[in-house]
Ligand binder design. Structure first.
Ligand code: PTJ
Length: 249
């Protein structure tokens, strides 16, 4: 219980995120496996110094420009995202003009409805991908993540995929979509296949993405495109690994 932890505790922020995950699990938002996935993220965050690197900020700028240039962007939401970043992701949806779609690896009816309720409770106006609305199928994908909304991920040109390490990103890339990943693990399959990977904790990444969108919103499309062209995902991932290597030595 976070109330028992003194405000001066050096790991308070990390403990608060843990508490949100556990609460999310108790309230039926998070899959059991989501707690394990969070542990993996925490380990990488620890090695990254639990702060946003300059390279993550570069990726955030490129992601902001890509979202503003997109014709039909969409934000994919899973259980962990709903538990730790519901209000942030709703703000991002508003400023990026990108709807939210529930897309789960461990899909079950109760949990998708609980996530939808959570998003609506915090101010989302519309949530795609719930129940019969996830009626389309992504080709070349066998997992439950293949079930998508024909108005959302299926037709989107840019997809934000936070917290997944899987083959969906690959299937989406094959379909010609641009992928913005948020993943603390720079070695994950999603991180390496994405066009832009923000190697940062989602709790820091989304607020800085919203800030970046507000900041560059008034630039011309040409200027936004320049930001995108300047960004090199492979280099940014290599730099994140350098930070991790540095932390180990
Ligand atoms: O809600 P569901 O059914 O869609 O399931 C969600 C999980 C997260 C269980 C599912 O997508 C999964 O199994 O994911 P993976 O394959 O464990 O990948 C999760 C990735 O997110 C890992 O690379 C973690 O390092 C990373 N990660 C975990 N917590 C965070 C994170 N990245 C950024 N911020 C975090 N807080």
């Amino acid at each position: 219980m976070i109330k028992q932890v003194p405000a001066t505790h050096p790991r308070l922020k990390s403990l608060i995120i843990r508490e949100k995950l556990v609460n999310g699990f108790t309230r039926g938002l998070v899959a059991r496996e989501g707690l394990i996935a969070h542990g993996r993220g925490e380990a990488f965050d620890y090695l990254l110094g639990e702060k946003t690197s300059a390279f993550a900020l570069d990726a955030t700028q490129a992601a902001a420009a890509t979202l503003l240039l997109a014709k039909q962007p969409i934000i994919s939401v899973n259980g962990n995202v709903a538990a730790v970043s519901a209000t942030d992701i709703i703000e991002l949806s508003k400023y990026a003009n990108a709807p939210l779609e529930v897309n789960l690896f461990y899909r079950d009816k109760k949990r998708e409805q609980a996530i939808e309720r959570e998003l609506l409770k915090y101010g989302a106006t519309k949530v795609f991908g719930v129940g019969p609305n996830a009626s389309a199928r992504l080709p070349d994908l066998d997992s439950e993540r293949r079930k998508v909304d024909p108005r959302g991920i299926l037709v989107a040109d840019v997809v934000v995929v936070p917290l997944e390490d899987g083959d969906r990103a690959e299937a989406l890339v094959k379909m010609g979509k641009k992928i913005i990943a948020i993943d603390l693990n720079p070695l994950s399959r999603t991180a390496s296949i994405a066009d832009i990977t923000i190697v940062d904790n989602i709790t820091r990444a989304i607020p800085s993405l919203v800030y970046a969108i507000k900041r560059i919103n008034n630039l011309t499309n040409k200027e936004k495109q320049k930001i995108v062209n300047k960004f090199d995902n492979k280099r940014a991932l290599a730099k994140s690994l350098e930070i991790i290597r540095g932390a180990m030595t």
